[in-house]
Design a protein around this ligand. Structure first.
Ligand SMILES: NC(=O)c1ccc[n+]([C@@H]2O[C@H](COP(=O)([O-])OP(=O)(O)OC[C@H]3O[C@@H](n4cnc5c(N)ncnc54)[C@H](OP(=O)(O)O)[C@@H]3O)[C@@H](O)[C@H]2O)c1
Length: 310
């Protein structure tokens, strides 16, 4: 017999699935591409295509087993895969996020459908990096990941060399570098030019557009895939549009929430491959996924969002 919490969880999950609206939903959790499906973009290094909406796990997956938040994450993942999502970003230093993610993917048999990105994070030296990666694989319950990133440029030379070694061994498909603050953009751009990683991950939003200066043009020139973090400024953008109506052009672009407008803004830069909003709430996961269907914003639409947030 279902417990009340279990019942509520599955009921809210069904409601959130319905809320996917025009986004094509698949019971197989693997919708075929086509009309209504999440848009895909190409990773230049290989030509592999990934869905434009991924998800983060910082904060949202740092929850205790057996809590209502943990139960909600089960639905967050169900909705994510049902809507066509695959790309999930995590890190060994996001509290217990890797453990929670690994357990929930294993429980639902979803590892084969997922495209996992994690990091070498806060470690110094090759041995420490290797030990951390081995532990990460255990926590994620897998024997390889799709993307291994050097977190916040820490111990860069050694950790990037290690990531490349692991790539050569088939334990990661791609290597990357990450940061999340604008002061590091110039250093990151220099590193990208020198190292040409497969991926870079950087912050970009309607109000923080520094990546447009050097990082995006460089990524396009060199064929580096771009993953966007903090498209909601860690949630702070929502307070800035509280009680503001959506722009009048939004509905015609299939945009029905500010979250979708913010994500579509990030995706409208042609250098961007995937954006990874984080939420622990099933209905917000459905909301975020819907940003991945519809046209890129025009220059005027982008300008109107920038003005709305100014
Ligand atoms: N250096 C790095 O490599 C680095 C740094 C920062 C982040 N990241 C990665 O990027 C991911 C995303 O960044 P982030 O987590 O800092 O911030 P974010 O995605 O900009 O914002 C997350 C916040 O937005 C809220 N939210 C999500 N969807 C929403 C919706 N549809 N409507 C209203 N509120 C919504 C969430 O609250 P609820 O959970 O309550 O919904 C949460 O508070 C991280 O999880 C992590 O994987 C990497």
């Amino acid at each position: 017999m279902q417990t009340r919490r279990r019942f509520l969880t599955s009921t809210s999950s069904a409601a959130a699935l319905l809320a996917l609206g025009p986004l094509r939903v698949s019971a197989e959790a693997d919708p075929a591409p086509g009309e209504g499906a999440l848009a895909m973009r190409t990773i230049p290094a290989t030509g592999e295509k990934i869905p434009v909406i991924g998800m983060g796990t910082s904060g949202s997956f740092e929850v205790g087993q057996g809590t209502p938040e943990y139960a909600a994450l089960r639905d967050v993942l169900k909705i994510f895969f049902a809507g066509g999502g695959t790309v999930i970003d995590t890190a060994p230093t996001y509290g217990n996020a890797e453990d929670v993610l690994g357990a929930l993917l294993a429980e639902q048999g979803l590892r084969p459908k997922s495209w996992l990105a994690t990091k070498l994070s806060g470690v110094n030296g090759r041995e420490a990096g290797l030990a951390q990666f081995d532990s990460t694989l255990g926590r994620l319950k897998t024997d390889k990941v799709e993307l291994l990133q050097v977190h916040n440029l820490g111990d860069l030379k050694t950790q990037l060399a290690l990531a490349r070694e692991l790539k050569a061994e088939g334990r990661t498909r791609y290597v990357g570098v990450t940061h999340y603050l604008e002061y590091a953009h110039d250093e990151l751009a220099d590193i990208i030019a020198a190292e040409k990683p497969d991926f870079l991950q950087i912050n970009y939003s309607v109000v923080t557009r520094g990546a447009e200066k050097r990082i995006f043009p460089l990524a396009r020139d060199l064929g580096v895939a771009v993953m966007i973090n903090r498209a909601f400024e860690d949630g702070k953008l929502f307070a800035r549009v509280k009680d503001k109506p959506l722009p009048d052009w939004a509905a015609a672009s299939g945009i029905t929430s500010w979250a979708q407008a913010f994500l579509r803004f990030a995706l409208s830069n042609p250098a961007v491959t995937v954006v990874i909003p984080a939420t622990g709430k099933p209905h917000r996961q459905a909301d975020n996924l819907k940003a991945g269907v519809g046209p890129d914003l025009t220059a005027d639409e982008r300008a109107s969002l920038i003005a709305a947030l100014a």
